[in-house]
Structure formats: structure tokens, C-alpha cells
Design a protein around this ligand. Structure first.
Ligand SMILES: [Zn+2]
Ligand SMILES: [Zn+2]
Length: 240
């Protein structure tokens, strides 16, 4: 099956990504994607977008170059209580919210610190996706978070970039494999994200799909193959 949704894409507004939304959607159209989410880094990340960038996303059309564009953010988790660097009012304006650990924003703590943090992020009704949970610097109790993901309908991302040689997250493959194995056992859906920082990587899921095959992960637990299964997790898609 062909993924038609990419939930994690960065534009020049992220400060360390190199394509515009115009370029990303053109590539997405070529790759036969139906939906991409524009999830630039928020201001806690050095060079990240100012909150005005996110408020003003309303000026963009819903469909650009034939591709539905979800207006989103990759927010930074700032402390072990799960506080984000984007306030609730702004989060509620956006179609899609990813929350992630990033080294410049939060120093790694213990496994129990990260587990507690991710549990409370899952409980945050504004957050749809936990970004790249396969980061060995921020290890957590996998089973506990897989269960929290299922209980709160907060998707765990299978991040393709974490699996490429260019990744800044060494050791990711082992953790992602374990997450997939547990999600299969617990019947917990996951979402694929490219984490593209350049247009040619939009919709690139090669490494993730290879791993998924290796693990024998059930396709019906991946939400990127149909708008219907994805929209259960992102209500704004139906409302508009
Ligand atoms: Zn980035
Ligand atoms: Zn990230």
C-alpha cells in the first residue's frame, strides 16, 4: 500500500530546513500524497518560527498544488511536566500538533523522567502525535507509553529520518523496532512521518516501511494509508 499522508514536514520557517511550502507541496503532488502537514519548529528551538508564523497560517489556502495542507507545529517539550513552548490558545488554532524532545530545549533526564513526561504529553488533548519517540537520548518505558498512546489516541510517530544514515538520533532503529513490536501486540496504531527538512524527502518512508516489513507490523495499524483512518486522530480534518 502507498502512504498518502505525511504528517511531519519542515519549511524554511524552521530555521534549519531548506524548502518552501510551495516546493514541498509540488513534491508531494508528484509523489501522489493527498495530505501533508506543515509542522515547523516552534520558538523554543534556536531559529524556530515565531508564534506569529503559526497564527498567520490561516492566510494559506487549504489546498496548495493539489495537496491538502494541514497547518501544524512541532512543539518542543520544555520540562518533565510535559510543558510545551506553544500556548494552548495557539495550539487550539492548529490542525495538527506534534510534541517532541529536542536536545537544545530539554536536557535528557532519567528513564522515569521521560516516561512521566510523555505520559502527561499524551494526556494533553491538544497534542495529536509524539514526534520521533525512537531517540535513545530520551529513553522511556516503552510499554507504558504505548499503552498511554492507545488510551489517549495520541499517535506515536515512526519517524523515517531517524532511520536514515543522516540521522542525529543514533540507535533509533532498535527502539523503533521495539515500539513497533509492542504496538502490534497491544493493537496500537502508529503514524509515519518523513520529518523532511528538504522537499525531496517529503513522503519518503522507505526506511520505515522496510522496518515495518521486517517486523511484520500489521498494515491496518498504520494510519497513513487512508484519510478515513487518519481523521479519527485529527478531528479538524472532518470539521472543515
Ligand atoms: Zn528540525
Ligand atoms: Zn523533531
Amino acid at each position: 500500500m502507498h502512504p498518502i499522508i505525511d504528517v511531519h514536514c519542515h519549511t524554511v520557517a524552521s530555521g534549519h530546513a531548506y524548502s518552501t511550502i510551495e516546493e514541498l507541496t509540488r513534491t508531494a503532488q508528484t509523489k501522489k500524497l493527498e495530505i501533508i502537514a506543515m509542522t515547523d519548529h516552534s520558538s523554543g528551538m534556536p531559529g524556530g518560527a515565531h508564534h506569529y508564523h503559526f497564527y498567520n497560517l490561516r492566510v494559506l489556502p487549504q489546498i496548495i498544488n493539489g495537496v491538502r495542507v494541514l497547518k501544524g507545529v512541532e512543539a518542543n517539550i520544555m520540562d518533565f511536566n510535559g510543558r510545551l513552548d506553544v500556548d494552548d490558545e495557539l495550539l487550539s488554532e492548529l490542525d495538527l500538533v506534534i510534541a517532541s524532545f529536542h536536545p537544545p530545549c530539554i536536557e535528557a533526564g532519567s528513564t522515569s523522567d521521560h516516561t512521566r513526561t510523555l505520559s502527561s504529553v499524551c494526556e494533553n488533548p491538544r497534542v495529536h502525535i509524539i514526534g520521533h519517540p525512537g531517540d535513545s537520548q530520551y529513553g522511556f518505558d516503552l510499554l507504558e507509553i504505548v499503552r498511554a498512546s492507545k488510551a489517549t489516541s495520541t499517535l506515536l510517530e515512526i519517524n523515517n529520518t531517524s532511520l536514515t544514515p543522516a540521522s542525529f538520533r543514533p540507535g533509533g532503529k532498535k527502539i523503533i523496532k521495539e515500539i513497533l513490536t509492542l504496538c502490534a501486540l497491544e493493537e496500537t496504531p502508529v503514524v509515519l512521518g518523513s520529518d523532511a527538512h528538504f522537499s525531496s524527502d517529503v513522503g519518503r518512508f522507505t526506511e520505515a516501511l522496510t522496518l515495518i516489513q521486517e517486523v511484520g507490523f500489521p498494515e491496518e495499524l498504520i494510519v497513513n494509508f487512508s484519510v478515513k483512518s487518519f481523521s479519527k486522530y485529527v478531528p479538524s480534518l472532518i470539521e472543515q
